[in-house]
Design a protein around this ligand. Structure first.
Ligand code: ZN
Length: 131
């Protein structure tokens, strides 16, 4: 496993797949590693869950960049970093969180009452003629 000194991504191989940098070294347990990048809403939830699991998380807002003039806070992206030794567990939490939030948005009840078929309701009597 290698640890990119440029973008703090943890990867396998020679080059960092994120930034292409070759400047990497063996990760140490207390290295901060890039976990994920989320919007403020999901990111806030993620931060809470990580803290509940005893995983310290460092967040880096994209607002720090000069881009904040154009981008409203709604489109703010926050990068999250955790220690290398917390990374596997933190990734699982991210997966779970992403899955559950997808589930929530899909559960929204949509009114679909096109199933009723007036023709069949009128038929009433059903000729049960089975040969
Ligand atoms: Zn990198």
């Amino acid at each position: 496993m290698r640890y990119c000194l440029k973008c703090r991504n943890e990867f396998e191989g020679e080059r960092c797949p994120v930034c292409g940098s070759k400047k990497s070294r063996e990760p140490a347990a207390d290295d901060l590693c890039f976990l994920t990048e989320e919007g403020p809403l999901l990111g806030g939830m993620l931060e809470d869950v990580l803290k509940q699991n005893g995983i310290p998380v460092l967040s880096e807002s994209s607002k720090g960049a000069a881009l904040s003039v154009i981008t409203s806070s709604l489109f703010e992206w926050i990068k999250y970093y955790v220690r290398y030794d917390h990374l596997p567990q933190a990734r699982e939490i991210v997966e779970e969180l992403l899955h559950s939030s997808e589930g929530l948005s899909e559960e929204e009840p949509e009114e679909e009452e096109l199933e009723e078929n007036p023709k069949e309701a009128e038929a009433g009597e059903e000729p049960e003629s089975e040969a």
